[in-house]
Design a protein around this ligand. Structure first.
Ligand code: HEC
Ligand code: HEC
Ligand code: HEC
Ligand code: HEC
Length: 197
């Protein structure tokens, strides 16, 4: 296992060296490489976001999300800690920090405010850049085969967001009875989504 990890680290290091060091030396870099797109990724933290504005459902529309409270206040299920950025932005951490079933790592350090301000740090991808809407087949959809399941679950935006938002909310309501009715549980669809008439 140890050897595997150091192997992977060496590979990542070599890949980075080839990617960042060689092209400028040789004076070429293909247009539209990930690095160039990455430069356009946002580094400013959103405050309040309206998600699901382009919902394809004829019933469940916009869903509001307060990024400021969720990333800066004690919003862990027990109400005692701030949620780490990488708990939601799960690909923004090194492979060594991932817990199964996660396996995709795109950042060499765990995402924090400080890490985002560091010189050369790339911005953050939106969830939707990977978790596509159900009918979008422009990219490969992330998948996980969950324990006890025989087929892989396609992690559409709906599946990914619901797992992220709802599992935590249900745990928070379980841990703190005072939150019941105050925050949306997984079945309180209309407390998150504006219903489309
Ligand atoms: C904690 C808030 C929350 C709750 C509760 C919730 N959802 Fe969602 N739902 C979201 C978010 C966030 C998205 C993804 C938004 C995006 O991709 O912009 C979403 C996506 C969806 C989509 C896909 C929309 C599309 O992009 O086409 C459907 C359908 C949906 N939800 C239905 C439901 C139903 C039915 C329930 C109740 C069983 C429910 N939601 C409960 C937040 C919630
Ligand atoms: C509770 C989940 C959650 C936490 C915690 C969280 N974020 Fe986010 N973040 C989101 C969601 C959801 C979006 C909206 C993505 C989208 O539009 O699809 C977002 C968007 C962003 C964006 C804008 C991305 C873009 O390209 O539009 C940045 C930057 C960002 N977050 C940084 C952070 C940092 C830094 C932290 C930790 C201090 C953090 N986030 C904590 C869920 C979270
Ligand atoms: C770079 C692509 C990418 C981005 C950006 C991304 N995801 Fe994922 N997500 C994946 C992949 C791939 C998986 C499957 C597991 C893996 O490979 O790590 C996954 C798995 C998940 C899972 C299932 C994890 C579990 O334990 O069951 C959730 C929930 C999830 N993503 C939510 C989100 C949310 C919320 C955001 C934005 C804050 C986001 N993802 C951003 C690619 C991405
Ligand atoms: C890791 C835990 C966690 C995740 C992930 C999470 N939330 Fe929350 N959320 C909370 C907690 C805890 C509260 C209640 C805080 C309190 O009132 O003390 C809350 C409150 C809310 C509320 C009530 C208003 C507010 O902002 O306080 C809404 C709406 C909400 N969350 C939507 C979302 C959506 C949409 C997502 C997914 C994009 C999400 N949350 C992801 C823990 C989480």
């Amino acid at each position: 296992m140890k050897r595997n990890i150091s192997g992977i680290v060496t590979l990542i290091f070599l890949a980075a060296a080839f990617y960042f060091v060689l092209p400028p030396l040789v004076g070429v870099r293909a247009v539209n490489t990930p690095a160039i797109q990455d430069a356009a990724l946002k580094k400013d933290l959103p405050k309040e976001i309206m998600l699901s504005k382009d919902s394809q459902s004829d019933k469940y529309g916009e869903a509001a999300f307060n990024h400021e409270t969720h990333s800066a206040k004690n919003y862990s299920p027990d109400g005692k800690a701030i949620i780490g950025c990488a708990e939601c932005h799960h690909t923004d951490q090194p492979a060594s920090a991932l817990k199964p079933p996660l396996k995709t790592a795109e950042r060499a350090v765990v995402l924090t405010l400080e890490a985002l301000k560091a010189p050369g740090a790339v911005g953050v991808k939106t969830c939707r850049s990977c978790h596509l809407q159900a009918d979008d087949d422009s990219k490969e959809m992330p998948k996980i085969t969950y324990e006890g399941k025989s087929t892989a679950t396609k992690l559409t935006n709906e599946e990914a967001y619901h797992r992220n938002c709802n599992i935590c909310h249900d745990n928070a309501i379980k841990a703190r009875a005072d939150l019941k009715g105050k925050i949306p549980g997984s079945t309180d669809c209309a407390k998150c989504h504006k219903l489309i008439e």
